[in-house]
Design a protein around this ligand. Structure first.
Ligand code: ATP
Length: 193
């Protein structure tokens, strides 16, 4: 999967709509301290389903919404749109929007979807909010210092099998529910006998 374009509006310091084309190859973001480099990387992670406000450097998820300055009022919502292309050339557009008091909503090619659907799409494409392909400040040191289980997680994400864990958990839950139903059915049948 390739990231083609990133659009932000009201996200952190990007109060005005910003539209960035992501060219093929490695992309680096440079600029003076505090200009919003990390915010850009966070926007990519956020639209892919990041659920931890802490890892977005906020106390709550609404902290990603432009909070206002001395001269500009705060925004009521933040929106990030990521356009991607699969290896087969198929285009996909993912949108995440958060409104104060209303939480996050996701769209996949214009259709309303759940956060989980978005996470699975990216996990299957060997990327996602925790992808080792997004190298933020301190990340290299974190990889070196990581515990073996954490390194395994990174490798699984890079290999595109992270989504399988989510599916396995879902399948196990369904299996447990079915086993409970079967046990109840056995009880009922034995009462009828
Ligand atoms: P450095 O090189 O120092 O790490 P950076 O270029 O990575 O900086 P960021 O950390 O991305 O910069 O951006 C920080 C800026 O974003 C700060 O000025 C901060 O006030 C602003 N910012 C973060 N969240 C919000 C928000 N919700 N509303 C308005 N501004 C915000």
């Amino acid at each position: 999967m390739r990231f083609r374009r990133l659009r932000l509006s009201g996200f952190k310091s990007f109060v005005e709509p910003a539209d960035l084309l992501i060219e093929p190859g490695l992309t680096g973001v440079v600029g003076p301290n505090g200009c919003g480099k990390s915010n850009l990387l966070e926007a990519i992670r956020w639209v892919m389903g990041e659920s931890s406000a802490k890892s977005m450097r906020g106390a709550g998820m609404e902290d990603v919404i432009f909070a206002g300055t001395a001269t500009r009022p705060a925004r009521s919502f933040a929106e990030v749109v990521l356009s991607t292309e699969t290896d087969a050339g198929q285009e996909m557009e993912v949108t995440r929007r958060i409104e104060r008091g209303a939480g996050s909503a996701y769209r996949l090619n214009g259709r309303d979807v759940r956060a989980k659907d978005v996470s699975l799409v990216f996990a299957d494409a060997a990327t996602g909010a925790h992808s080792p392909a997004l190298v933020s400040q301190g990340r290299i040191a974190a990889v070196i210092a990581a515990k073996p289980t954490e390194r395994r997680q990174m490798l699984e994400e890079a290999a595109g099998i992270a989504g399988l864990h989510v599916r396995r958990k879902d399948a196990e839950q369904k299996l447990r529910a079915t086993e409970t139903n079967l046990a109840r059915l056995d009880d009922l049948l034995s009462q009828l006998d």
